[in-house]
Ligand binder design. Structure first.
Ligand SMILES: Cc1cc2nc3c(=O)[nH]c(=O)nc-3n(C[C@H](O)[C@H](O)[C@H](O)COP(=O)(O)OP(=O)(O)OC[C@H]3O[C@@H](n4cnc5c(N)ncnc54)[C@H](O)[C@@H]3O)c2cc1C
Length: 273
């Protein structure tokens, strides 16, 4: 009597995730082990992972694409720090050119995986993200190329008084396609790579004055073409050591004349962070 696992569809290799890692793994698998059966299971309805999910204005790489891109498909773009759209196009082209897109099973989210030593295989449970239907398949090798963050919700720390803030709060992971920032008074919480790429793309005027705030100073170097006047003017708040995100928020909001209502620590209180 065959075990339940033995009756399921079996593949030699299952790759989870069709981002830059999963597509690259599939390429090498096809090239080095053409006789091995495999598939890429992708929870979303599109390939590209990070570069398809994040759509905020100004999104770009901070690695050069000659090293971030694939050795088997050298980057030919004019700019070595490419924007999100160009990276996504490069990934789509790669998947198409090498036949990898045929391996992708979209809307297939892996929800569990269990190893059986007697069967020497993984049983992988998946859910169809459109219909909710559950099913399972087995594989001998399971490769997780799932990235490092949650796709459904970006990290959202608690901010005291958030419920009293009357403005709009946006996480760059879910940027509204129709958001118009013209005339808005904006505070960016954080001064890392996302802030640095987001802020220079915004229109600046007397009424629109983006500010960044951060817990720790970040090291920046100028990039040709960056509108540093707008970044530096808005982001000088960043250079003041800020003991807590809440204080950062209130400090930056004061600079902007905004109304973010974070709990305030007295200046010089460095008990946190
Ligand atoms: C704005 C931004 C800029 C960045 N810039 C750089 C940079 O310049 N250089 C750099 O090295 N890194 C950068 N990164 C980090 C970037 O995420 C990684 O470098 C790279 O894109 C990760 O690729 P990945 O394929 O490993 O993961 P991801 O791109 O995260 O793709 C993971 C895929 O797995 C799928 N998945 C996840 N869980 C499941 C599941 N349970 N079942 C099925 N599918 C699943 C997801 O839907 C997704 O398609 C940046 C990140 C961001 C957000």
């Amino acid at each position: 009597m065959p075990s339940a696992a033995a009756q399921l569809e079996h593949l030699d290799v299952l790759i989870v995730g069709a981002g830059i890692s999963g597509l690259g793994a599939a390429y090498y698998l096809r090239r080095e082990h053409p006789r091995r059966s495999h598939a890429i299971l992708e929870a979303r309805g599109a390939l590209g992972g990070t570069w398809d999910l994040f759509r905020y204005p100004g999104i770009r790489s901070d690695s050069d694409l000659h090293t971030f891109g694939y050795a088997f498909k050298p980057w030919r773009g004019e700019r070595f720090l490419a924007d999100g759209e160009q990276i996504l196009a490069y990934l789509r082209e790669t998947a198409h050119e090498f036949g990898i897109e045929r391996d992708i099973r979209y809307h297939t989210k892996v929800v569990s995986a269990s190893w059986s030593s007697p069967d020497a295989r993984w049983t992988v449970e998946v859910v169809n993200t459109e219909s909710g239907a559950r099913s399972a398949l087995t594989c001998s090798w399971l490769l997780c190329a799932t990235g490092y963050y949650r796709y459904d919700e970006g990290f959202t720390p608690p901010f005291d008084g958030r419920e009293r803030f009357r403005g709009q709060i946006i996480h760059p992971q879910h940027w509204p396609a129709d958001l118009d920032v013209t005339g808005r008074r904006i505070v960016v919480i954080g001064s890392g790579a996302t802030a640095v790429t987001l802020v220079p793309g915004w229109p600046t005027s007397r009424r629109t004055s983006p500010c960044c705030s951060g817990r720790r100073p970040t090291s920046w170097q100028p990039r040709p073409g960056t509108r540093w006047s707008s970044v530096c003017a808005g982001c000088s708040a960043r250079s003041v050591p800020t003991p807590s995100p809440a204080l950062s928020t209130s400090f930056a909001s004061r600079r902007c004349g905004g109304s973010a209502d974070g709990s305030r620590r007295p200046p010089g209180d460095s008990s946190a962070g």
